[in-house]
Design a protein around this ligand. Sequence first.
Ligand SMILES: Cc1ncc(COP(=O)(O)O)c(C=O)c1O
Length: 451
Amino acid sequence: MHRPPVVDRREWLTRSSLAACGLLVGSPRLSSSPPMILGPDGKTDWRAVARQFLIDEGLTYFNAGTYGPAVREVNEIEAREREAMSRDWMSYFVSHHIGATMAKQLARIARFVGASSDGIALLSGTTEAMNVVAGGLDLRAGDEIVTTTHEHQAGIYPWLLAAKRRGCVVRQIPMACPQKSQADILQRFEAAITPRTRVLSFCHIHYTDGAVLPVRELCDLARRRGILSVVDGAQTVGMIDVGIADLGCDVYATSLHKWLSAPYGTGLLWIRPGVQARIWPSVVEGFDGWDTVDRYGDVPTGPGRDFVGQWPAAMQKYAWGALYFAPLIWATLGAIAFHEQLGKTQVESRARELARRLRAGLDAIPGIEVLTPADPAMSAAIVAFRARGLAPRTLSSELRRDHRIVVRTVSHPHIGLDACRVCTHIWNTEEQVDQLLGVLKDKLARTSPGV
Ligand SMILES: Cc1ncc(COP(=O)(O)O)c(C=O)c1O
């Protein structure tokens, strides 16, 4: 009896991610989507999607904003690539790192984030990206960096280091919490700019209260004033459908190991090609990308030019460490393939739908104050709240210890912010949201009876 060839989901994912970057030669026809995540009605079965993630049975994980769990197959791609690297390092290096291969991989990643590939450097995360930028700019004593009180430490300390080292000034704009409006945010930035301001550095989405900032308007403002705009987009890629080029920023730093579930230690820095001349690299091992001649004053054209010398511009200049990155890049392509087969807009709307459910439930519990803006234009899938009588740190520990629910706290006592933060994503379910709401309701009923 003739049987049609069976392509299982694992094989599908691996093949599709590799085929997508043009690396799999002569691959069989692929099914258009892996069967296990589609319900009988042909629609996405979100419970089946959740099962693709490596999360312990019974653990309710609401912390995509720190680190996203791996998709099982993506993890396998990484392991397989590491093995191949060990088996024959030289062949692996030649087939995975030459300019043309890297260019194809970057083009694929660039398409996913809506940016030109000549601006992309693959790094270990947003922290490294922010450090490359703050450390690479020729800032002078008295130059000002305008940012906010809500930055993640990775978004502020690289500037504070530059300030210590070079005598520049970091201004942290106090943000309202909850945020009032995008107009209010814009107005605060406008008021903080002085003739000495050289950089506006701010988040696309705050990791604290989940507020979505008016990025395009802030970048326009910076451009009008001749100021460099640096966007910390750690909390975006894989959650919202980001198009970096549309934002008008000069620099965009993001993590791939959070909402996208790419392997731990992956992130991306995009620098507008016209701006790259102003930002020095921090690690160099040749003249590629930052100088025009080598140490002998020559411009070699030999075989060495086939490797890093052919990488797209920003990759050459800022991502020397990517020489060791191939298994991570391969697996990142797998994570992208996974998100793309679900559809970026569908991923975003699922994450938002769960956040809306959570928010509605929290709003209905007496004694809980939600700090995330209610306006859908100012929020996405991060919801921060405080509960009367329950210290966030104690609450999050108890949730984990007693109920196996993982949320994180965001604590900035100097600005009066101490809250729990919940990230809802595609591995979460309605039941998990309701479980959290139920536990909170019980706890509040016990700690503040009659509220
Ligand atoms: C806003 C923000 N910036 C930067 C970072 C650091 O990102 P990474 O872990 O990729 O270095 C985080 C991590 O949570 C973050 O939330």
